[in-house]
Design a binder for this molecule. Structure first.
Ligand SMILES: [Zn+2]
Length: 1150
């Protein structure tokens, strides 16, 4: 083939623009800030300052390795060559080929440090570029030199809480360190961060991760050294001064009391005890968007639901609200005859008046009981997600959430709020199912409320919030507890004039290293308290020393390897050309650290079908060279030097390669692909280069070609609803889990972009992605016209987003509880360390806790999440998040401090993991049973006695039934007929890494009436509930769930609106194949497009736009997401499910 030299055509996108500032955050790896238009796209607009046209190479090198089109040369066929290659790759480079690190910008970690060691260590101030608020960490923290006490006035401004909260904090500390309860001992000493598999213990602070080392967690129970826990002078009196009341918002009760008592509705779902940090959740406004005039919904948490009408005294007559306000029925027999199916029909036969002014809602038609005419529970009278979201917004959206107080429940994820870190991690990093946990395991078991934290260690922050500071404790590394190895944090108690500190997790007393010594003030607090992030903040980072690195060597900067399927389908669909075009420009936007001019990340390229093609893109070449490996049974990398290169240095060669790839394979007839060898090749390349990194694999089909990891088509929808259904979610071979293990050991993260036209077994192909902390994207029936925007946006964001490599996360807890279970995309080789080859800013790990001893109300419970990772520039760091929770002896306190969105996140992940091993029906039943137990326990222990006919929900959990129903109806647990096996496996994987905001909108999509939008304001129209009966034929709606955006058009929409939005003159002319809305110059079009843009910015994936016309066949798909309605595949409506839950609860109580 003719190989033309291509000069680099200027990036089609131009150059980075100011919006790109996320990457200029000092010492913070290239994170596109959320508020700063996350700007994968904006990034492509402006000039690129550092870009220089590379000097063309001097000599012309014929591209030796390039085969002619379609007939790649197999180097491997040359038997004399192959072994050499193998040797040179597998062994550490011995002769000739030096590690490809040459020419990259950060040859060693040390160099990297020098760039950040002085002046840039502070972790990025938001975009305003405010003056540095802390001086460079190394300066004040130099060993032996006491930090200048007054050196950071701005810090004081920002973090210096007013005296009261300071006091609170120290009081907490005092209380927490009392250690009066001999508790289980901490994990064995030496539990540092183990690197994935290989590193031997190093100097005590970094231990290997043999599972044997960690399992003794329980076995090591025992009292802490008595002399320690008892003999220590406490700087503060134990907890007496604890400002407990400040954590509780007594407003909750007053807000409700009057109407409750007057209506006879169970008042004690607001138990009299104080302790709810929640603001008054429902101060009684009428449900927005409803036509009801009366006071309905002022107690949406009290639903007297499914009793037969006769048992309800009083509720029937009267206004719509009567059902809620009515006094409890005097008696109420259980209704064993309840059946979901019948209620389904009953759900459809709604009473004639939308507002239900008739008989008591919801009673009739229960099971087989003969009842009055079919009427149903008024949907307006049951707890509304929209109302709860709106109330939280109006109550909590205006004030910053200040984290100085233990056990505060944060605002909901749907509320916009700012966070001020005053000693606890922001809810953007950690959210808990409850912020007040039972003191004993008996209580916890009784309540059945799972105790879990949803942790997003590298979460993106809005620009107004400060990124975690980077702290350098010098050569000896971070200061840690001698025994449990917890990191210095605000809850550690300094004693003996500051010479020692007592661990807040295990009570062990540790000497303060000389360089870290500081005097205490009269309250027992170090005088440098506010100068040190690790003493005053909930989240911060430590610079890790070499002890925290694999093989005791600072890491090299990571590499990205792009691996493109060039089989027939990929070429024919235009995908290969599209990817190559995109890579030309996207490579200029690799993650950068701090103010580095260019990314330290090196790149490499592979194409494949049944064989693999490696490319030498060394800068000194005039043309790229191809090396073909056709012996895929025993994968090796045929070149070392020139495979991983610096983008700027090899720009011309890379551009030439990307131009040629589509041409080379244009006539391919190869339809078969391999997959296992592709990952193996990437892994081997990273091994050879001795670095961590990420593989971006673009793959189209089931890998049926003869090779390791070859798969067969085993899709069988007949298995649905059988005991074998679980096999659809299980990988068909263990090959990929074994491979994943090797990948994790190397820090090789795999991101997978799938473009299937048929079944390709996501459950198996996704294993490596899943276990290495990677992301998976799927574009079924990919078509350039409709799908390229979505794919390119996903790819850009995926390449650019902040990511850490070779990560290990450990969650430490104070005595009495411990982390017992983990959910997410990671690998675990022991019971405590979560290992991730890569961890990006979107990935979330859900951790469950169990009691192993009693907790005390005074001490509360503490969590410390420590993440050891390598930044995108190759810097080894520890990110620490601390959170303190309250503990209670009254169940009411537990129920008052729960967070239902987080609970649902946990329950969904728990259930989605369950389907791997249990029949789906069993998983569903156990979910229902657990939630019924949670609510029954509340009813029994926290609500005051009342008729069994009343359904009484805890205020903080009043949405549990509706959200739980959404989980039960989701495609994984109850697939619709149109949902493929791959879809289910895909969704199962996605949900497992989702944060709370994502699961919230995924399970209960957001439905916005576009025609109600105010075109003159920036705000979104008020959301409405997800039910068909809320839709009007004359309006246009938008529904989004984080993966899709539907625009639904009613049949009676005014022609003018249709013209303005779609540019056509009538409803019938609207095309339902549009993937974007036309750009039209009118306020309505602009408003709708801006809403869609805004939604895209809030989500980690680019959502697919689907236009749905009312009564069109696509409407079926849309209706699937109207989750309050009965689903086509048998999922219960919200009303019916609530009735069902009520029945379950009553059975438990009786
Ligand atoms: Zn400790």
């Amino acid at each position: 083939m003719s190989v033309n030299q291509h000069t680099h055509a200027g990036p089609p996108y131009g150059h980075p623009q100011p919006g790109y500032q996320g990457y200029q955050q000092p010492a913070y790896g290239g994170q596109p800030l959320p508020g700063v238009p996350h700007s994968p796209y904006g990034a492509y607009n402006g000039p690129m300052p550092g870009y220089q046209q590379p000097v063309p190479p001097q000599g012309y090198f014929p591209s030796l390795g390039f085969p002619s089109k379609g007939s790649p040369v197999s180097l491997n066929s040359d038997t004399s060559l192959a072994p050499n290659f193998i040797d040179s790759v597998r062994a550490p480079p011995t002769s000739g080929a030096p590690p490809p690190a040459t020419g990259t910008s950060l040859p060693s970690g040390h160099l990297g440090y020098s760039q950040f060691g002085q002046g840039d260590v502070q972790n990025g101030i938001p975009t305003s570029a405010a003056p540095v608020q802390r001086p460079p960490a190394p300066q004040p923290f130099l060993p032996g030199s006491a930090p200048a006490p007054v050196s950071q006035p701005p810090t004081f401004q920002q973090y210096g809480p007013p005296p009261p909260s300071v006091q609170q904090l120290s009081n907490h500390m005092a209380g927490m360190t009392i250690g009066s309860i001999p508790a289980c001992a901490p994990p064995p000493a030496g539990l540092g961060y183990g690197p994935p598999t290989s590193v031997p213990p190093v100097s005590g602070s970094f231990s290997a991760t043999g599972s044997g080392l960690y399992t003794p967690y329980t076995a090591s129970q025992g009292a802490p050294p008595p002399s320690v826990s008892q003999g220590l002078p406490l700087a503060q009196p134990p907890f007496s001064g604890q400002p407990v009341p400040t954590q509780r918002l007594p407003t909750e009760v007053p807000g409700f009391a009057p109407p409750l008592s007057s209506t006879g509705i169970e008042p004690s779902s607001y138990p009299p005890t104080t302790g709810a940090p929640r603001p008054p959740p429902m101060p009684g406004p009428p449900l927005s968007g409803q036509t009801v005039a009366g006071p309905r919904m002022s107690q949406p948490n009290h639903v007297s639901s499914p009793p037969p009408p006769t048992t309800l005294s009083g509720p029937h007559p009267g206004p719509p609200m009567s059902g809620l306000h009515g006094p409890p029925p005097p008696t109420h027999p259980p209704q064993p005859g309840y059946q979901m199916q019948q209620n389904g029909s009953f759900g459809q036969v709604r009473g004639p008046q939308p507002n239900y002014g008739g008989a008591y809602p919801g009673t009739p038609n229960y099971g087989s009981q003969p009842g009055p005419p079919p009427k149903r529970l008024d949907p307006d009278s049951i707890p509304s997600p929209i109302q709860v979201i709106e109330d939280d917004r109006s109550n909590r959206g205006s004030e910053p959430f200040v984290t100085g107080v233990r056990g505060q429940v944060p605002p909901l994820v749907t509320t916009n709020f700012l966070v001020k870190d005053q000693g606890n991690a922001s809810p953007r990093y950690i959210r808990c199912t409850s912020y007040n946990i039972p003191c004993t395991s008996d209580m916890a078991k009784q309540s059945q409320v799972p105790l879990a934290a949803v942790i997003k260690p590298l979460a993106t922050l809005p620009p107004e919030e400060t990124l975690p500071y980077l702290v350098d404790h010098g050569e000896s590394g971070p200061v840690r507890c001698n025994r449990c190895k917890a990191y210095m944090c605000p809850f550690m108690q300094f004693i003996e004039g500051g010479r020692r500190f007592q661990c807040c997790f295990c009570s062990c007393v540790t000497e303060v290293p000389a360089h870290y010594f500081q005097h205490l003030d009269h309250t027992g607090k170090r005088v440098d308290f506010y100068d040190r992030p690790e003493l005053s903040l909930g989240s911060y980072e430590f610079l890790a020393t070499v002890d925290y690195c694999k093989n005791n060597k600072f890491p090299s900067p990571p590499a990205f390897i792009f691996m493109i399927d060039v089989s027939y389908n990929a070429v024919k669909s235009g995908l290969v050309r599209l990817i190559c075009e995109e890579l030309k420009s996207i490579l200029d936007y690799l993650p950068r650290e701090g103010n580095m001019e260019e990314s330290a990340i090196r790149v490499g390229f592979v194409t494949y079908n049944k064989v693999l093609h490696f490319y030498n893109v060394k800068s000194s070449l005039a043309q790229p060279q191809m090396m073909v490996v056709s012996d895929v049974a025993d994968m090796f990398v045929p070149l070392l030097d020139g495979f991983l290169v610096n983008v700027n240095e090899s720009r011309t060669v890379i551009a030439s390669l990307l131009d040629q790839i589509p041409e080379m394979f244009a006539d391919t007839r190869e339809t078969e692909t391999v997959f296992g060898p592709v990952i193996q090749a990437g892994l081997e390349a990273l091994k050879a280069a001795e670095c961590a990194g990420k593989l971006f694999i673009f793959h189209t089909s089931l890998p049926i070609a003869e090779a390791p990891g070859k798969l067969k088509n085993r899709d069988d929808k007949k298995l649905i609803n059988t005991d074998k259904e679980k096999t659809l979610f299980q990988p068909q071979t263990s090959f990929y889990s074994n491979l994943a293990k090797d990948c994790v050991a190397q820090g090789c993260c795999v991101d997978l972009f799938l473009f299937p036209n048929q079944y390709l077994d996501v459950a198996t192909l996704g294993v490596v992605t899943y276990q290495t902390g990677g992301s998976i994207y799927k574009y079924a029936y990919f078509q350039l016209e409709t799908d390229q925007d979505r794919f390119l946006n996903d790819l850009r964001r995926d390449v650019q987003k902040e990511v850490g490599f070779d990560a290990v996360m450990r969650v430490r807890t104070s005595t009495g509880i411990r982390a017992t279970d983990f959910f997410g995309a990671f690998y675990m080789s022991n019971t405590t360390d979560v290992e991730m080859a890569g961890l990006d800013c979107d990935k979330t790990i859900t951790v469950e806790f169990k009691h192993d001893d009693k907790l005390s109300e005074d001490s509360g419970a503490l969590l410390q999440c420590a993440l050891l990772y390598t930044s995108c520039a190759g810097q080894r760091r520890l990110r620490i998040h601390n959170l303190s929770l309250n503990c209670c002896t009254q169940l009411a306190d537990l129920y008052r401090n729960c967070e239902t969105d987080t609970l649902i996140n946990y329950l969904a992940k728990y259930a989605y993991r369950g389907v791997l091993n249990s029949p789906v029906k069993a998983v569903r039943d156990s979910l229902i049973n657990q939630c019924a137990q949670i609510l029954a326990c509340y009813r029994k222990n926290c609500a005051s006695p009342s008729s069994a006919g009343q359904l009484i929900l805890p205020e903080c959990m009043k949405l549990l039934p509706v959200y739980l129903n959404c989980v039960l109806k989701s495609d994984v647990l109850q697939p619709g007929p149109e949902v493929t096996t791959d879809d289910r496996a895909y969704i199962r994987q996605l949900v497992t890494s989702m944060d709370v905001a994502e699961t919230n909108v995924f399970f209960y999509p957001r439905l916005l009436p576009l025609t109600k939008a105010d075109v003159d304001s920036d705000s979104l129209p008020a959301a409405i509930r997800n039910s068909e009966e809320r839709l009007s034929k004359g309006d246009i709606y938008l529904l989004e769930n984080g993966l899709n955006i539907f625009v639904w058009v009613g049949v009676n929409v005014q022609q003018g609106l249709i013209q303005n939005l779609f540019g056509v003159s009538s409803f019938s002319q609207i095309s339902n194949t549009l993937s974007t809305l036309p750009v039209l110059e009118n306020p309505f079009s602009k408003k709708v497009r801006s809403i869609i843009d805004m939604l895209h910015l809030q989500r980690s994936r680019y959502m697919k736009l689907i236009i749905v016309k009312q009564e069109d066949k696509l409407e079926m798909l849309f209706k699937h997401f109207l989750v309050e309605d009965k689903s086509l595949t048998g999922g219960a409506s919200y009303v019916d499910f609530l009735c069902h839950m009520h029945k379950e609860i009553r059975q438990l109580l009786s």
